[in-house]
Write a protein that binds this ligand. Structure first.
Ligand SMILES: [Mn+2]
Length: 357
C-alpha cells in the first residue's frame, strides 16, 4: 500500500508540496496537468516539469487523476479514433516519467455532483452534501441556476463558457443509452489496452458519483454488476478500477466491503479513494470525517477487505472537511485529509500486525 494525497499544482492548490511531505507516511501526490484541453496529447516537457517539481519536494508522482476522456469517445463519433490515438500517446508520455496508474471516469457531461459545498456540521467544520431534491429539475433549469449563481446546484469544473454549451452536449448524447455507452467503453479500452500493457500503466476507472442516473444521462459504473461487466469486457489487469468508497457507498444498496474485497481479489484495484459518508436518508448524505464512528461506512472493514485480498496499490484519503479555519478548494483541505491519511494508515498497521500473529 502506498499512501498519497491529491495535489492540484503549485498555481492552483493552496496546499504546498512541502506541507504534504510532512504528513507521516505520505509518499506521493496524485497530480495532473490542468491546462491541456481534453482530447489533446499531454506534452512531455510539461509532464517532466511537474514530475521534477514533485520529486524535488521528496515526493513521487506515480498516479495521475485524471486524464479525461473526450466526449466524442463516449458518444462514439467517427472522430473518436484520433482522440484515442492521442490518449495512447499521453499514456506513453506519462509512462516515460514513471507513472503507473491513470484514474479517469466515463460519465457523460457531468463529473461529480454535490448540491452543497459548504454544509456546516455541528462541530463548526464545513463539508459537502448531496440532496437528491437539489437536482430534480431539467438540465436547462439547472444550467440557468448555475449561470445565475443561485443557491442551487453547484457543478465543480463547470465554467460558464462550457455551461453555455451544455444543451448542445445533451443533444449530442441523446442516442447514447447505457448499452451504447458500454459499447463505447469497450471500443476505447480495447483500443488502448496493448499500449497500457507495453507501458506498464494501469487504467483505473472512477465510479459514477452519484452512482445512479442524473438528468436522464446513462451511467455505467454504479454497482458490482457494472464493475464486473467493465472488467470482463476487456479482461486484462491493466483495465482496472479506482475504487472510491464514497461514490460506491452513496447507493445504500451497494455492499461496499464485499465489492472492494471481490475486486481486490481479482487484482483489479490499482488505486483506492477512501472516504466516509453519512446518510441523512436513503438518497441524501454528507461527506463525514473518515473515522468509522462518524459516518455510515465501516472503514476498518473496507481497509481489512483490501488487505485480506492482497491489495498492493495506491490509496488516497478522498475528500476531507474544512477545519481549523482553513479555506480552499472544497473537499481538498490539508488538515482533514492529513488526519484521514493518518487514520487509514493506523488501521492498515493494526491489520497488518494482527495478520502476522
Ligand atoms: Mn473518489
Amino acid at each position: 500500500m502506498q499512501m498519497t494525497l491529491r495535489w492540484f499544482g503549485s498555481d492552483q492548490d493552496h496546499v504546498k508540496l512541502e506541507q504534504i511531505r510532512q504528513i507521516p507516511g505520505v509518499q506521493g501526490v496524485v497530480g495532473a496537468l490542468y491546462d491541456v484541453p481534453v482530447g489533446e496529447v499531454w506534452p512531455k516537457e510539461k509532464i517532466k516539469t511537474l514530475k521534477d517539481e514533485v520529486e524535488s519536494a521528496g515526493l513521487t508522482l506515480e498516479v495521475i487523476e485524471s486524464v479525461n476522456i473526450h466526449d466524442d469517445i463516449k458518444i462514439g463519433l467517427a472522430s473518436r479514433d484520433q482522440y484515442i490515438e492521442n490518449y495512447k500517446q499521453t499514456i506513453r508520455n506519462l509512462s516515460e516519467i514513471g507513472v503507473k496508474v491513470i484514474c479517469y471516469n466515463f460519465m457523460p457531461i457531468f463529473d461529480w455532483l454535490k448540491t452543497d459545498l459548504h454544509f456546516q456540521l455541528p462541530d463548526g467544520s464545513y463539508t459537502m452534501k448531496y440532496e437528491k431534491a437539489g437536482i430534480e429539475k431539467t438540465p436547462q433549469e439547472m444550467v440557468n441556476e448555475v449561470l445565475n449563481k443561485s443557491n442551487g446546484v453547484v457543478l465543480p469544473g463547470w465554467e460558464p463558457e462550457r455551461l453555455a454549451h451544455v444543451m448542445e452536449l445533451f443533444e449530442a448524447y441523446k442516442d447514447v443509452n447505457e448499452e451504447k455507452l458500454r459499447e463505447n467503453f469497450k471500443y476505447f479500452m480495447s483500443a488502448i489496452i496493448d499500449t497500457c500493457q507495453e507501458c506498464d500503466v494501469k487504467m483505473a476507472i472512477h465510479p459514477d458519483d452519484p452512482p445512479y442516473s442524473v438528468f436522464g444521462l446513462p451511467r455505467i459504473v454504479k454497482n458490482r454488476e457494472d464493475l464486473d461487466w467493465l472488467m470482463t469486457s476487456v479482461d486484462n489487469p491493466y483495465n482496472g478500477i479506482t475504487f472510491c468508497t464514497g461514490s460506491i457507498g452513496e447507493d445504500p444498496a451497494n455492499d461496499v466491503v464485499a465489492i472492494v474485497g471481490e475486486f481486490a481479489k481479482r487484482d483489479r484495484i490499482p488505486f483506492a479513494h477512501i472516504r466516509n459518508i453519512k446518510f441523512l436518508n436513503q438518497t441524501d448524505h454528507f461527506e463525514a470525517p473518515h473515522l468509522s464512528s462518524e459516518g455510515s461506512l465501516d472503514m476498518h472493514a473496507v481497509v481489512k477487505a483490501l488487505y485480506d485480498n492482497g491489495f498492493d496499490g495506491y490509496i488516497r484519503p478522498d475528500h476531507g472537511r474544512m477545519i481549523w479555519g482553513e479555506e480552499g478548494r472544497p473537499g481538498y483541505g490539508l488538515y482533514d485529509r492529513a488526519i484521514g491519511a493518518s487514520y487509514l494508515q493506523g488501521l492498515w498497521e493494526a491489520i497488518v500486525k494482527q495478520g502476522k500473529d
